[in-house]
Design a protein around this ligand. Structure first.
Ligand code: FAD
Length: 415
């Protein structure tokens, strides 16, 4: 029997390998890099069942247009003449309506809750994995009246869908964050959310999978496919041909290019973001999003990671220091007493979030293929949603009924 080939060793590829090996499947993971340069290692590591609204939501269109004129803004589309970008923007605007959002919510919520449950099982099954997983919830802190209105409305919506949401006063915030001032007029706390160290998770998974026999082929770029009718028989790489039984396409922001090689459309744009680590002094205790600036704060005891900005950038990975400056300036705007130190360029982590135009991932069979599965397009929630995605892909691979309804994630929805 030939192995199943996973293209892309990011967190989605890793969790797919994890669940496939549980089914007794022989797996090979190919990646164009040395597996140190993807979106899955230096992100904010938040596990967010609270995030039930996709990126393509009505408010984002107006905000996106306003933010486009600021080099330090949290969301940015660099205007350029690029057919794929124009097509993606058109689909984004078309998806950003109330009707679509209402349809998306149950799918995102169920996928998120399944993932969170799988993380907890994962933690129990691997007590030796030092993931720094903290189940302290996520706090959305706001300074302005308009953001307060938005967040409080969202808290009510989340409650309507059965999620816990607490509205906090400045005094409540002081209780949650006792060591330093968090300058905010209020916050919403989602106790069901969690955060972990994504680098530790990734490192553990890679080592564990290698130990149980998953084969990794780094520095191996997929350049094409050998196919007949509805099946791929082999994958052509810069290191030669690899024969395969089934293929999982988990190429992150590059998944659109891989789909093009297979002859179907998978609209995708990289949403570039940055993060950097600081000494946690005075100690920030609570994982938080500074909502006006969309900056994520992930504390890990002695250190804390700040991450943010989303620039629709295709697959351009250049670091834009003005955007890093934007994240940095947010720190003291919210935590005036925090001892922030501007990071050296080599301390800045960057990643391309694989963004589908409607903010929902692609999970399922590739259109027209009986042995190609796709797991991609998780945008800002790839860490959060990877375990559930891996589990669902393993079930589909084994022709089992998927644990949850996956119609909203149909791979061919834009073809
Ligand atoms: C600043 C920032 C903060 C974030 N915070 C969070 C958070 O708090 N919570 C959360 O859930 N998510 C967060 N995310 C999003 C999350 O990081 C991504 O959604 C996730 O990492 C995507 O994983 P992936 O496996 O799909 O893609 P990737 O990690 O990019 O992996 C794709 C892999 O495919 C490989 N590949 C591509 N093309 C080929 C080819 N032709 N041949 C071989 N290999 C190929 C690439 O080399 C790459 O290794 C954040 C992202 C950023 C940038």
């Amino acid at each position: 029997m030939k192995p199943t080939l996973i293209i892309g060793g990011g967190i989605v590829g890793m969790f797919s390998a994890y669940f496939l090996q549980k089914e007794g499947i022989e797996v090979t993971v190919v990646d164009r890099t040395d597996l140190l340069d993807n979106c899955s290692t230096g992100n904010a590591g938040m596990i967010v069942p609270s995030h039930i609204i996709p990126l393509a939501a009505p408010g984002m269109v107006t905000k996106g247009i306003t933010w486009m004129f600021s080099s330090k803004s949290p969301f940015y589309i660099h205007p350029r003449l690029d057919f794929k970008l124009l097509q993606w923007c058109m689909l984004f605007f078309r998806s950003a309506n109330e009707n679509q959002v209402q349809k998306a919510i149950p799918f995102l919520k169920n996928l998120s809750l399944l993932s969170k449950a799988l993380y907890l099982t994962f933690k129990t099954d691997h007590p030796g994995a030092a993931l720094a997983l903290q189940e302290k919830g996520l706090m959305m802190a706001y300074q302005t009246e308009s953001m307060e209105k938005e967040e409080v409305e969202f808290a009510h919506l989340a409650r309507k869908y059965g999620l816990e949401a607490e509205i906090l006063t400045p005094q409540d915030i002081r209780n949650v964050e006792p060591n330093l001032e968090l300058k905010a007029r209020g916050a919403v706390l989602f106790p069901g959310d969690a955060h972990l160290d994504p680098g530790a998770l990734y490192g553990f998974l890679k080592k564990y999978l290698e130990e149980i026999g998953v084969k990794f082929l780094p520095n191996t770029q997929v350049l094409g496919f050998e196919k007949s009718r509805s099946k791929v028989g082999a994958v052509i790489t810069n290191q030669g041909k690899i024969e395969t039984e089934k293929v999982l396409l988990c190429g992150g922001s590059w998944s659109g290019e891989l789909a093009q090689m297979l002859g179907f459309g998978l609209p995708m744009m990289g949403g570039k973001g940055y993060s950097f680590i600081q000494k946690n002094q005075p100690e920030i205790n609570q994982a938080t999003i500074l909502t006006e600036q969309k900056v994520a704060v992930s504390p890990y005891g002695d250190t804390v990671r700040f991450g943010g900005t989303l620039e629709i950038a295709g697959t351009n990975q250049k670091v834009d220091m003005r955007r890093v400056q934007g994240i940095f300036e947010s720190i003291n705007r919210y935590y005036p007493g925090f001892e922030a130190k501007f990071p050296e360029e080599n301390q800045i982590w960057k990643g391309l979030r694989p963004c589908s135009p409607d903010g929902l991932p692609y999970i399922g069979f590739a259109p027209g293929y009986s042995n190609v599965l796709v797991g991609s397009g998780h945008s800002m929630m790839g860490i959060s949603l990877a375990p559930a995605t891996g589990k669902l892909l393993a079930e589909l691979h084994q022709q089992k009924n998927p644990t949850m309804e996956i119609g909203g994630f149909e791979v061919g929805r834009f073809s």
